[in-house]
Design a protein. Sequence first.
Length: 186
Amino acid sequence: MRWGPGFGGHGLDVENLTRAEVETRLRLWDEIRAMREKPGIASVYLAQTATGIGVRETRRILGEYVVTEQDAIEGKRFPDVIAISSNPMPSYHGKRFFFEHEGFDIPYRSLVPKKIEGLVVTGRCISCEQAPFQSARSMAPAMAIGHASGCAAALAAMNKIPPRKLDVKTLQKLLLSQKAELRIEV
C-alpha cells in the first residue's frame, strides 16, 4: 500500500480541487513508473485509487468552547465530555506528537455553534484549534464524536429543546449505556 502524492491547496475552491484531482493522479502514474525501474519491484502495479481526493481540513465552527492545543497536550478533562481523542497529532510542528496520557476530552460545547440555534455538529467542523483537530479527525475519535452528536440531536428533538439547552448529564448517561468511553461516572 502506498499513500501517493499530496497536494496543498484550498479545500473549498472547486478549481483547486479539480487541479488537485488531475495533478495527483498524473503524479501517481509517474511514481508507479519510477518504482518499476527499481530492482525487485518491476512488476508493481496500481490496483486502486480513492474515488476522490481526500480533503482533511476545511472549515470549523466557532463553538461554545474551542478545544485548544494546550487542552490536547495536557489531556484536559471536561465535565461535559462526550468523547475522548487519543490519536497522536500527525503533523505537530513537523513531527508526529504522541500524547503522554490516555487522550484529551472533547467537550459537548465544542459541538454546539456559538451563533446558530438548533444545531449540533460532528466530524471535521467541530470547534477546535488546528493541532487537536489533527487528532480528533482520526477515525476512532470521529466515530465517538459522531455517536455523541447523533445522540444529542435525538435527545434534543425528543425533548423539543435546542441542543444548546440539552442536559449533558442525560446525554452522558445515554452514551455510557451504549458503551461509550468517557472516563466519568454519572
